[in-house]
Structure formats: structure tokens, C-alpha cells
Design a protein around this ligand. Structure first.
Ligand code: ADP
Length: 380
């Protein structure tokens, strides 16, 4: 390619490029002399303020007024002319479009200036920033969910550990009893019929005890696993149903029941809630001193969006140090002779209340009765 052809091609490129290009001249002997435009391509002319200018004495700052600080621009140009290199001058906004300006040394007294429209680039950058902010937010949500799930799994694991320990321990007790009595029956041939009968009765009692335990464990497992769809439930109806069932299971035992009127509607599950209230009521009439007629009082207390249902008894009460323990599976504070049971009831109650998104607690003093409460979200 000869010089003329090369010159022609460069001129074509200069004329047709989308970027604005200008060539500036500097009087390098005078550091205060501002750069002058000596050439501009059509794209630069389009951006330039003075459309009909005399290139001989047109200052850059006149062509592009307000695009850059005149003094700093002049200093930058002198420095580039002296030391070479290029410089990005930052972004300028004109008529809602954004431009990036770059100046670079051409010769020791000429500076090139390129102005490129970066509006689309900026929009894309904003979109990318928006997307990465969304991604970060999602990542944070995922992290939080993973942490929550891990904590839940850890809790379930711990629960499972103590559950397996308690189950094996408590289920083995009746099995050991059955084994022992069966061995006595087999080994000792000198027993009377009455003695043999007594051992057989003990074996039967142990088997019945084991059956009760298994039934309660199944109930616990059911409440832990069953699908629970939360819905508005009228506590009036729940307490009425539980009271009816209590009458059937009390087996003629005398007790008094005081139920407040107009109990509110809460968010829960009807059958699960009846099971919870029936369990608390059953305990309330069971754990009373001999000779005392049980008195159960039931009422609610509403606080903002929550409602507390109280089940209060006039029973033997529970010392503070046991008030957390009794909600664990198989935890019992009394012998089977004084108060029979499996120690699963309150574990079921607590699990059920948690599954309904609620809380459970109690207020009690030894010898002064107990007041159990469950707290649930009120229905609107
Ligand atoms: P269970 O009734 O089969 O013994 P629970 O899980 O229902 O098992 O109760 C655990 C223990 O908590 C009971 O054995 C008893 O010692 C104590 N308890 C529960 N409810 C009451 C109550 N209303 N008054 C006094 N003690 C109670």
C-alpha cells in the first residue's frame, strides 16, 4: 500500500467513525496557552457547539463548553505533550446521553481527543449492577435458609438421639419385668397356684404398660409427622369437644369444670388442638392430692395478634426445677403407683403446639396447683 492509498484509508476511517475525534494543537512554549482545535471528524462536529467555526483560532473549551474544566484540561494536554501517554477524563452528560473523553499525545505539540457515547454501556452496567444486587440478595436468602435448615436438622438430630435413648430405656423396663417373672415361673416348680397366678398378673400388667407406651409413642410420632394445614379454629368448639371426651375418659371420676364464655378464634388445627387441650385437662384432673375434687378453670387472654389459652388446676403443682423437664418424652415426677402414666402426654402437647406455630408454658408452685398455657396466633 502506497502512502497515498494509506492516507486515503485513514481519512475514510476518520470521516466515518462513530466516535468523535479531534486533533488539538498546543503552543508548548507557553504553558498558559490553551489547546486549539485544528481538525474534527463529522461525529465531533455534530457534538460541537459552534457549527461554523474558524479552525485556526477555535479553542476546545469554546467548541465543547462545560465539557471539561478549561485550566485542568490545558494542564493535562501540556503534560501529555511533554511526557506522552493518554488520559481518561471521565464522563460527561449531554442531552440525556453520556460521553467518555480520552486524550492522548500525538506529537510533542499535538493531542488527539476521542469522545465516545457510553450511554448503552452505562445502561448495561446498571443492569449488571442490578442483577448482581439481586443475585447477592438471593445468595443471602439461600445462605439464611441453609443456616435455618441446618439448625432445624441439628435440633431434630438431638431430639432423635434423646428420643432413641428414652424409648430403649423405657420400653426395656416392662420387657425386663416380663422376662424376670417368666423365668421365676419356669425355674421354680414348687410354687402354689396362687403364686403362679400373681406372677402371670404381673406379666400381664407389664405387657399392658408396654402396650400403652407404644400407643403413646405412635400418637407422638403421628403428631410429629402428620400433614397439618393451619386454619381458623374456634376455641369455644375445641374446649367443648375436649370436655366431652374428658367426661368419657374420666371413668366416672368427680371433677368441676369452669369454662369462660366467648373464647376467640385462633389459627390452628381442630383435631390437634382438641388433643392438646384434652391432654392438659386430663393431667389437671389426674395430678390432684387424694381426697381433693379436681377443679379445672379455662379462659383466654388476648395480646395483640396472639391469644393465650389457660388451663388451670387445683392439683399438686410442679416445682420450678421440673417445669422444663416435664415436656420431654418419658419424663415423670411420680411413681406409677401414685399417679399412673407414660410420660408422653406433655411431649405430644409441646410438639403439637410447636407444629401449630405456637408456644407453651406454665406457672406453678409445688402444692398450689398449675396453670398451663398455650399461645397461638389469633385469626383476623
Ligand atoms: P403422664 O401424665 O403420662 O405422666 P405427661 O407427659 O402428661 O405424662 O406429664 C409428665 C409429668 O409432668 C407427669 O408425670 C407429672 O409428674 C407432671 N405433670 C403434668 N401435668 C401436671 C399437672 N397438671 N400437675 C402436676 N404435675 C403435672
Amino acid at each position: 500500500m502506497d502512502m497515498q492509498q494509506a492516507e486515503q484509508l485513514y481519512r475514510l476511517m476518520f470521516t466515518n467513525m462513530r466516535e468523535a475525534l479531534a486533533i488539538l494543537r498546543l503552543d508548548v512554549r507557553n504553558p498558559d496557552a490553551p489547546p486549539q482545535v485544528i481538525e474534527m471528524n463529522p461525529a465531533a462536529v455534530k457534538l460541537c457547539r459552534c457549527k461554523s467555526f474558524n479552525l485556526q483560532d477555535c479553542l476546545v473549551t469554546d467548541c465543547f463548553p462545560g465539557w471539561f474544566d478549561p485550566d485542568r484540561f490545558k494542564d493535562h494536554c501540556h503534560r501529555l505533550a511533554a511526557f506522552g501517554g493518554s488520559l481518561e477524563l471521565g464522563e460527561v452528560c449531554r442531552d440525556e446521553l453520556f460521553y467518555r473523553i480520552r486524550i492522548f499525545a500525538l506529537t510533542d505539540n499535538h493531542i488527539g481527543m476521542v469522545i465516545s457515547d457510553c450511554t448503552r454501556y452505562r445502561e448495561e452496567e446498571a443492569e449488571i449492577a442490578d442483577l448482581s444486587a439481586k443475585l447477592e440478595k438471593e445468595a443471602a436468602t439461600t445462605d439464611r435458609r441453609v443456616a435455618e435448615r441446618t439448625a432445624q436438622l441439628e435440633e431434630i438430630n438431638e431430639e432423635l438421639d434423646s428420643f432413641a435413648f428414652s424409648v430403649s430405656h423405657d420400653l426395656r423396663a416392662p420387657i425386663r419385668a416380663m422376662q424376670t417373672f417368666a423365668e421365676i415361673l419356669l425355674d421354680d416348680e414348687m410354687q402354689t397356684a396362687a403364686e403362679r397366678n400373681a406372677y402371670l398378673v404381673r406379666i400381664k400388667t407389664a405387657a399392658q404398660g408396654m402396650d400403652r407406651l407404644i400407643q403413646d409413642l405412635l400418637a407422638y410420632s403421628r403428631v410429629s409427622r402428620q400433614e397439618i394445614t393451619l386454619e381458623p379454629v374456634r376455641l369455644d368448639q375445641v374446649v367443648r369437644d375436649a370436655a366431652q371426651q374428658l367426661e368419657l375418659t374420666a371413668g366416672g371420676k368427680a371433677y368441676r369444670l369452669e369454662i369462660a364464655s366467648d373464647l376467640p378464634t385462633v389459627i390452628g388445627h381442630p383435631t390437634v388442638l382438641v388433643q392438646v387441650v384434652l391432654n392438659l385437662m386430663t393431667n389437671g384432673i389426674k395430678f390432684v392430692p387424694k381426697g381433693v375434687v379436681p377443679l379445672l378453670r379455662i379462659w383466654t387472654d388476648e395480646k395483640q395478634e396472639y391469644c393465650r389459652l389457660y388451663v388451670e388446676d387445683n392439683g399438686i403443682g410442679i416445682a420450678p426445677q421440673y417445669q422444663e423437664r416435664i415436656f420431654k418424652i418419658f419424663e415423670r415426677l411420680h411413681s406409677m403407683d401414685s399417679y399412673p402414666g407414660t410420660g408422653v402426654g406433655l411431649a405430644i402437647v409441646r410438639k403439637a403446639v410447636h407444629r401449630l406455630g405456637g408456644r407453651i408454658g406454665l406457672e406453678s408452685k409445688e402444692g398450689e396447683g398449675s396453670r398451663f398455657w398455650i399461645e397461638l396466633r389469633r385469626a383476623e
